[in-house]
Design a protein around this ligand. Sequence first.
Ligand SMILES: O=C(CO)COP(=O)(O)O
Length: 254
Amino acid sequence: MRKPVMAGNWKMYKTVEEALTFLSSFKDSGEGVETVLCAQYLSLPSLAKAAEGTRINIGAQNLHWEQEGAYTGEISPVMLKEINVSHVIVGHSERRTYFAETDESVNRKTKSALDHGLVPIVCVGETLEEREREQTQNVVRHQVVEAFKGLSSDEVVQTILAYEPVWAIGTGKASTAEDAGEVIRFIRKTVADLYDQQVANEVRILYGGSVKPANIESFLAIPDIDGGLVGGASLDPDSFAQLVDAAARRRVSQ
Ligand SMILES: O=C(CO)COP(=O)(O)O
């Protein structure tokens, strides 16, 4: 059975103080859920310390693939590991759009994260224009193939994929659970084609894009969807707790 994941992506929200306030008021009842909070770099050391001994994992939103070097403004996987960060988002569409993230850099970052014992949460997803041109499957297949280039089966199983259709991010206009399920099944099939059915059965694939307490149950009702990558609704501790609870209930009912 795949362990459900509920990951918050706080993007460029929350000062260090606000991040710590969130953690102190977050009521975690997500037994059996891999709960992750991905915060801006500056709050990671204090968040990781405050989360010690809890079920909460702390993640970054980006990394550089090199361990160190002349890369002004960048953060390496070694630096993230040093402060007990466990997860890292790779290839979020906002980074692809605004910060020139390419399939090649996504691949390097994914490899490097795995080499250093970090769990990469690799994001894929089509734009509205691509969806309207019926290119969704081509786009996500290409992104998955490129992200996984050179990765072993074991490495793929340790990776978390997140299907985030760009048109559903921050718009309040989530995909329907059926549509998301269809694309996620296709992604799983792509992994089976690249590796084998067992790897495809084991890799966790999340849905992201306007997930909130009111719609999470519908996504979790789809067997292929293993959880959520959540922006806006992860910023409030009560709302995020409801999402984690929903994932915990799904696990129990499986
Ligand atoms: O980009 C997202 C998570 O990475 C989704 O953001 P929203 O949940 O705010 O739509």
